[in-house]
Design a protein around this ligand. Sequence first.
Ligand SMILES: [Mg+2]
Length: 173
Amino acid sequence: MFEKFYPTFSFDKVEDIPYELFKKERITAVIFDMDNTLVNHKYKYNKNVKEWLKELKKKDIKICILSNSPKTNVVKKVGRELSMKYLYNAFKPWSFGFKKAMDLLDEKKENIIIIGDQLFTDIYGGNRFGIKTILVKPIEKKEFWGTRIKRPIERFIIKKYKANKKYSKENNK
Ligand SMILES: [Mg+2]
């Protein structure tokens, strides 16, 4: 019953995701959540993420940010610093933001994956839109209260997900 919240893969952090996974899954475009996936609450990213993204682009994989944040200037700044296209006010899990990202990336659904830290926006949204999903752990604990109250429910679902044999692939930690 929770399967619509289950990610296709899960990792501790973005930099842990092996590039071979994209090749194996025929992924040519990656959508990234921003807050707590790429940057912390001060909108800082670590240099490992920047390097990881740079390598990913060298492998001809298209990337963009799809953020629910209404902070236009912040999303623009992060996007520019990481040399990524960006969309804000995305209203994930609703599909229209995903559709916009798909148009921006100009790839088919089966070749797109989303990476994010929230089950109810990034993962559920990606699943209902029909793309693959990767769950990462939030970069830090300090969060907006609206996000914080959802975390215990997320932990419950993640426990179910990890206990489910069908989903415990070798890439899942
Ligand atoms: Mg997030």
